[in-house]
Design a protein around this ligand. Structure first.
Ligand code: 5AD
Ligand code: SF4
Length: 445
């Protein structure tokens, strides 16, 4: 067996993709390793979303160049491949900047990996086309023992790419146009995961609630329909989905949150900014009020639903007043968790061409203020859980002897003193304390 080491950067879809690459290469005799020094093939699965994310790849390649030299001195060969969104966006440029790289391949080529790796043994290979065939049709399914080893929760990509063209974002260029997988294909993959012991699946898409896959009759179906189909799989206990766009939050999906207990009451619904002027220039295609009205409708349907979001500060043209509108929106929503970033200019996106770029120190200062508010809200949310009882899916041993750890419906880690035999089960847990990010509880069933 040859050894494969994959380092994953960026979003959850990259985590999913790394597993699929691993499955694809298993067929050509590669076994995954967590020890880079043993690897015959090292793949960096990269992210291009912000400049910092992309630069990380080049610093890692600097380290790999040194590792490869020392491996060569020992007579050991090590192939280096770059996958993911930097590969898609920069292609050959990567080889120019880092000649140590043997193989560059974009997210739409993962099913061709065995062939690409074979070619890369003799020549430099760059593969960044968007092939016409459905890569998902060609990617092998995970073996039962591999799924078992990966744990009780899993990601499952149902939709990829984006047609929204927010003016800050590289995704439409790196992941391409929006494509939804057919319902039957998704159900089969979910069933395979459940057969391997998976209890909770998170459906993934850059714009997951824009899902519009074909059913067995050839009719286009939305995310709510897909969720109802998956909810019928015996042995699957929980469903989540991410990331959603406010414009695609339709009535059927909101009703699914009202009617379906296995759909977790936790929604990642990025708004990015609170000023209508900035939302417009970001091409988000909704106003702050429309977002707030949507939140009201969702909360009416499912009062215990918690929200998380993404924010960008310092988008071109953002004044102090625009930023204050973001702060006000956050105060009005009360997020359970959130991710916030300084705007990063991405080559080829409309935002990069806009006048009035915001100075770095202003971005920094606004990010500090926003994060202070978001952190306080997260703390407040965690504290509000104390005294409540939730179902917790126990996933693994805790840090201390006699402790097991699971996740609440709101994705908080929950630590409990209990027997290891409860791992893999869902128990009602009453919460009695909070740590920095986690909750402490006691099983009440
Ligand atoms: N600069 C900063 N943040 C960005 N994001 C996307 N593009 C950029 C950019 N150019 C953030 C958005 C998105 C999250 C995945 O990353 O908030 O929702
Ligand atoms: Fe990064 Fe976006 Fe690519 Fe995910 S899809 S790896 S977030 S650039």
């Amino acid at each position: 067996m040859k050894k494969l080491f994959i380092k994953t950067y960026g979003c959850q879809m990259n985590v999913y993709d790394s597993d699929r690459m691993s499955d694809a290469l298993a067929a050509s005799g590669y076994e995954a390793t967590t020890e880079i020094n043993d690897a015959d093939l090292v793949v960096l699965n990269t992210c291009h979303i912000r400049e910092k994310a992309a630069e990380k790849v080049y610093s890692e390649l600097g380290r790999l160049r040194i590792l490869r030299k020392s491996q060569e001195a020992k007579g050991k060969k090590m192939m280096i491949g770059i996958a993911g969104c930097v590969a898609q966006a920069e292609g050959e440029e990567i080889m120019r900047r880092a000649p140590v790289v043997d193989l560059v391949f974009g997210p739409q080529s993962y099913h061709k990996l065995p062939e690409l790796v074979g070619r890369a043994a003799n020549e430099k290979v760059v593969e960044t086309d968007f092939p016409a065939e459905d890569k998902f049709e060609h990617l092998p399914k995970a073996k039962r023992e591999t799924t078992i080893a990966r744990g009780l929760t899993s990601f499952l990509t149902v939709q990829e790419g984006c047609d929204k063209f927010c003016s800050f974002c590289v995704v439409p260029y790196t992941r391409g146009a929006e494509v939804s997988r057919p319902i039957a294909q998704v159900v089969a993959e979910a069933q395979n995961l459940v057969d391997g012991g998976v209890k909770e699946i998170t459906l993934l898409g850059q714009n997951v609630n824009a899902y519009h896959g074909l059913d067995e009759m050839g009719n286009s179906k939305g995310l709510a329909d897909l969720i109802y189909r998956l909810a019928d799989i015996k042995g699957l206990d929980r469903l989540r989905y991410t990331t959603s766009h406010p414009r695609d939050m339709d009535d059927a999906l909101i009703e699914a949150h009202r009617d379906l207990d296995m759909l977790m009451p936790y929604l990642h619904l990025p708004v990015q900014a609170g000023s209508d002027k900035i939302l417009k220039s970001m091409n988000r295609q909704h106003t702050a009020k429309e977002y707030m009205d949507l939140i009201d409708r969702i909360r009416t349907a499912r009062p215990d639903l918690a929200l998380s979001g993404d924010f960008i500060v310092g988008f071109p043209g953002e004044t102090e007043e625009d930023f204050e509108a973001t702060m006000q929106l956050v105060k009005d929503v009360h997020y359970a968790a959130a991710y916030s970033f300084k705007y990063s200019t991405r080559p080829g996106t409309p935002g990069a061409e806009m006048d009035e770029q915001v100075p770095e120190d202003v971005k920094y200062e606004r990010l500090q203020r926003l994060q202070e508010l978001l952190n306080a809200q997260q703390k407040e949310f965690n504290q509000s859980c104390v005294g409540q009882t939730f179902p917790v899916l126990f996933e693994k041993k805790g840090r201390d002897e006699g402790q097991i750890v699971g996740r609440s419906p709101y994705l908080q880690p929950v630590q409990v003193d209990a027997d290891l035999s409860l791992i893999g089960t869902i128990q009602q847990v009453s919460m009695h304390d909070t740590g920095k990010f986690s909750l402490f509880g006691k099983i009440v069933t």
